[in-house]
Structures are given as C-alpha cells and as structure tokens.
Design a protein around this ligand. Structure first.
Ligand code: ZN
Length: 426
C-alpha cells in the first residue's frame, strides 16, 4: 500500500470512531434534555394550578403562605430532575468509557494493525470486552462525580431562577403567561436555540449541553487512554476534528506526536471535539504519519527507547491476561468463601473490606489500643488530638490497617454474615 493511501486509511479509521463517538454524544444530550423537559412540564403544570387558584387576586398574606407552597413544589420538581440527571449521567459516562474500547479495536482492525486486521465482528467485541475487564474504573467514578457536581449546580440555579421569577411575578402582579414566558422551556431545534431569548430554562439547557458534551468526551477519551496503557501504546498523535465545529485553539496541535503520559488531555476546553489516536508506528504500522515531533523529546531519544518489532499486545495476549484475571478473581472468591483471608494480598483484602463496609483505616480506638502497651503512662481518657498524633509518629503507626488487622476483621465480619444467614432461615 502506498504511503498516501495508508495515511488516508488511518485517518478514515480514526474519523469513524470520532463520528461514532459524536452520534453517541448527541443521543446522550437528547436524553439529558428529556429530563429537563419533564421538569419543564411539571413546572408548567404548577403555573397552571397557580392560575386556577387565582392566587394573584387574593390578599398579600394569603399570597405569602401560598408562595411557600409553590416554592416547595418547585424544589421537589428540581429534586426529581437531579435524580433523573444523575441516572442519565451515570449511564452515559459509563457507556462512553466502555464504547471507546469497541471503537479503538474497530479502528485498529480497519487501520490494518498486525494481529487486529483480520478480526471478525465477534472477535472484535470479545477483544474489547477482555481489555475492558483488565482496567480499573476508579478514574471513571471520579469523572462521573465531577459531572454530577456540575449538573447539581445547574439544577440548583434552575430551581432558584424559577422560584425567583414566580415570586417576583406574583408580587408585582405579572400575568401567569408573562411569568411562564420568562421561565421559558427546552428548545429541541439547535437553530431555534440560537435565536431564542434568554430564559431560565434556556440557561439551564445551554449549560447542560456544554457539560454533557465535554464530560462525555472526557470519559470517552479516558477509556481510550486506559486501553492504550493496558495494551502498551507508547505514543499518540493529536487529531483536531476538521469540520464547521473545529476547535480553533486545538488546530495547531493537529498531527503532533506525544508520549502517552505526556499528551495533553482531551477535551482541552469546553466542547472540544479533538481526539488522540495511537501512533501507527508504535502499533507496528510501518508508515510514518506525523512530521511534527513532540518538542520535548529528540528523535534520537525515541529511537533509543523503542525496541523494533515489540509492539502492542495482541488480542490473544489480552485474552490470556483477562482469563488469568478472571481465574484469580474466582480463586479469591473461593478463599473468601472459605474464610482463608491469610491467602489474600493487602490490596485484595482492602477491596473485600470496601465491599463489606469494613473500614480500611484505623480509628482513635485502634490507635489507643496499639499505643497503650508502648506508652503506659499516658492518660488515654483525656488525650488531645495533637498529642495522639505525636505518639503515632513516634511509634511509626500509620493510618491504614495492616494485613493482619484486616484478616481478623474480615473473619469476624464473615462470622457475623454466617450467623445472620442462619437466623434468617430459622
Ligand atoms: Zn479541541
């Protein structure tokens, strides 16, 4: 294959991922708007009730108590909205992360990466699932929580905005139609969206739109990065997506090559649509795609660190590793079931402890129990935090429970669980 067509083939394969990612994002944005729309429907129903009860025509005192009721109703509507948004958010972020694995495998198969090129559809899906089973998802939880925090701000401000429009409207004697107009609603068509005037709901919709797009991209890219890390990609190339929504700020990075751990993270800014893909050279594709080297490293350094012919893990190797991990998990399960906690590593014990809600940190009681034999003169009933801290430091006692402590605690917890099961049955 000629270099030009090879280069084009690679670009097309990456673009397929980008398009598939964007389609997914659109669908997620829509379902988030769906949540906003049901909140809008409920708010409009509340406005109608206000109109029917003709609160406006009544005296000021009546209005005040009724206003409280209305505000409570709005709070309840936005609480439901927040719940719904959290649900959608968890699903869409997890989905984006998982999806990136499928996309990279397809991308590599389409690019012609050795050992990936011949994979059938079923083999591609299995490969992505195997790789996914190997990565830890702690980083994703962090991203999900971050998005929930941002969306939480949106719903809080939405609630405040609605309540304010209603109170001010009722007090100054505005019509319900006027109040409703200021509160606004969800605008489905993006063209109308730009033209529409500023309303409470439009502000919320606009912010939700940016947050969801940005955070899904973050989760998606995090997934790609984890995949690269897992299979041993050493370098990535930046691709700025060149259409009408091209990020001007990122255009200059297009084609840059970075060491995986040194690459700027995507998104670089809100609504960034860029992407990084594994350097074809580090995948065993011979043609060099990029002319622009990462400024921080010399060509000689790259040549020195790369051993020729050692590239990324093959699908078989990934499957093997995933199989080993599954077997290990089963083995751990057997040990836990039998109460043989001594056989587990500290990290494995910590994982079980978290699942069983056993703290992996020592508390004050634990500290005192450990220090008592070492400091017989201390007054444990009246000990101050600073003094305790000093003694812990002196005797080199850390905050994390040791392997032995966890083994004992988990054995106790297991005994309780067994007793609970017995008493349930009797
Ligand atoms: Zn960008």
């Amino acid at each position: 294959m000629s270099p030009a067509s090879q280069k084009e083939r690679i670009r097309q394969a990456v673009m397929r991922s980008v398009r598939s990612r964007d389609l997914y994002t659109e669908a997620q944005v829509k379902s988030m708007f769906g949540a906003l729309r049901s909140a809008e429907t409920n708010v409009k129903a509340e406005l109608l009730r206000i109109k029917e009860r003709s609160i406006i025509s009544k005296g000021l005192e009546v209005r005040r108590s009724q206003l409280k009721g209305i505000q409570r109703e709005i709070d309840s509507i936005t609480r439901d909205l927040r719940k719904e948004m959290s649900l959608v958010s968890r699903q869409s972020m997890n989905g984006a992360y998982r999806k990136s694995f499928d996309d990279v495998v397809n991308e590599w198969a389409d690019m012609g990466v050795p050992t990936y090129a011949g994979l059938s559809q079923a083999e591609r899906l299995k490969m992505a699932a195997d790789a996914f089973s190997l990565v830890d998802r702690k980083a994703l939880d962090f991203l999900v929580n971050f998005e929930l925090q941002l969306l939480g701000n949106v719903t809080r401000e939405l609630a405040e905005g609605i309540k304010q429009q209603i109170s001010v409207g009722l007090i100054t004697g505005e019509s319900i139609a006027k109040i409703s107009e200021k509160i606004g609603g969800i605008i489905p068509d993006p063209e109308d969206f730009r033209r529409a005037g500023k309303t409470v709901f439009k502000t919320a919709q606009l912010r939700t739109d940016t947050i969801v797009r940005t955070e899904i991209l973050r989760a998606y890219n995090q997934g790609r990065h984890k995949f690269y890390e897992e299979v041993g990609v050493t370098h990535v190339i930046w691709m700025s997506v060149g259409d009408k929504r091209m990020c001007p700020a990122c255009q200059e990075l297009d084609g840059n090559r970075y060491r995986l751990d040194k690459a700027p993270s995507v998104p670089r800014h809100p609504s960034c649509r860029c992407c990084t893909f594994a350097d074809p050279e580090s995948l065993g594709i011979k043609e060099k795609l990029s002319e622009v080297e990462d400024e921080a490293e010399s060509t000689a350094a790259i040549a020195a660190e790369k051993t020729p012919d050692v590239f990324v893990m093959s699908p078989d190797e990934v499957a093997e590793k995933a199989y080993k991990k599954r077997s290990q998990k089963q083995q751990i399960g057997k040990w836990v079931k039998a109460g043989e906690f001594e056989k587990l590593t500290l990290e494995q014990l910590q994982d079980i402890a978290k699942k069983w809600r056993v703290s992996i940190y020592r508390n004050k009681e634990d500290f005192i129990r450990m220090l008592a034999p070492l400091e017989p003169k201390a007054d444990w009933d009246n000990i101050k935090g600073a003094e305790l801290k000093m003694l812990l430091k002196k005797h080199k006692i850390g905050s994390m429970k040791s392997k032995e402590e966890l083994v004992q605690l988990l054995k106790n917890k297991r005994a309780i669980k067994i007793l609970e099961k017995i008493s349930e049955k009797s």
